[in-house]
Design a protein around this ligand. Sequence first.
Ligand code: FAD
Length: 407
Amino acid sequence: MDFKFTEEEEVFKRVVKEFCEKHIAPVWVDLDEKGYFPAELYRKMADQGFFGIAIKPEYGGAGGTMVMSAIAVEEIAYADPQVAIPVYTLLQNGWPLALQIFGSEEAKNEILPRVVKNEAFFGIATTENQGGSDLAGTRVTAEKKGSTWFLNGEKMYISGVGELRELPWGGGFWILTRTGGMDRGHRALTAYAFLAKKEGKNVGGFEPTVMDEIGRRGLTTGGFKLTDVEIEDRYRIGDVDRGFYLSMEGFNIARILVAAACIGAGRWALDQAVEWFKQRKLFGKHISSFQGVSFRFAELYAQLEAAKYFVYKAAWMADKIYLEKDTSFKPSDLNVPVAMAKLTAPETCVRALEETMKWYGAYGYSKECPLYRAWLGCFSYVIGAEGAQNIMRYIIARDVIGKEYVE
Ligand SMILES: Cc1cc2nc3c(=O)[nH]c(=O)nc-3n(C[C@H](O)[C@H](O)[C@H](O)COP(=O)(O)OP(=O)(O)OC[C@H]3O[C@@H](n4cnc5c(N)ncnc54)[C@H](O)[C@@H]3O)c2cc1C
């Protein structure tokens, strides 16, 4: 057992932290207020190597790890707790790593070096209108004619649709599609690296829309319609009809980073609380002298620290499985650690923000106080971005109790 970051990880953490203090903390409120694409900031982040951290040098990356990706996302979320910048960062790390593990050489050579330089975006598109949790009900179809696949249907609530417009080269999504009858459920789904925009042009038949959301305004969420969109077979990820299983492994990677973002935002919330406790006096005492306040703070601090262990244990295990190819772990060993991290980190972070808003009193309810921005942004992960919370409970129950006893 070793509960310390390595020296290299500590140095990396310091570099990210210093960058965040200088470039992200001063702009996050403005970004949330105005909702724009911070192109120059992302250029600087790419220069620092914050996108595609675990991408290997042969695909243009620096060959870092998932632990380093989690460190970066956590620190970025501490500096931007409304989480637009950390979520953009986690998407640019999680799904490109999944592509590195499961994609074809041609797709990896084309997409990954561009993600590292932030010329291209690579996110995830599984959700459809009829219900994101039930992927067995996926309706977007992919049909093969010759060596080309034709995609039809509609995806909804997809992060990064607007950002594609802004990036010079373009990019797209790990997309999940139906390649067999509905009666075959999740056993007839195939994944592709779908480049919705390439060399500066949207592909034919791709119609994006951007939604208006209550928070996280520095990052867009939208949908898109696909009408006979052509995808060459080299963009297929894994075997036909294996897409559900590979996407679940991709979610295991991405959810670690989602949870890391919530740890960063939660830490920020509790630090705001400590600052407030030092100033606010009532009945002649600091409000943290009342145990009704300080005990609740202590509980939240402990819960956040526990969630942080889940995050880094899961990141460490992902490194063993996918980067070190340590055969003493199976990919499915990640299910429970990841679900525990994704279940606990967003819930604790949002509770920490709510309690801190209450400790701030009426000021916490004013727009001048930025806590509500973080609350609205992080709540996206309690609602269900990258997987609903009950799905995390289901995964834990299924793997611990046994599938035959929970279905
Ligand atoms: C800000 C934001 C960004 C997003 N970005 C992306 C993205 O980039 N790509 C993408 O593909 N999707 C994205 N999503 C969609 C996200 O993945 C879905 O919201 C999520 O999978 C849940 O699907 P749903 O919203 O359709 O809710 P539903 O699946 O309809 O679930 C509704 C409710 O039912 C509960 N529920 C569902 N199934 C069960 C069950 N078996 N047992 C008990 N309770 C259950 C859920 O917990 C939830 O509370 C994003 C969502 C948000 C809010």
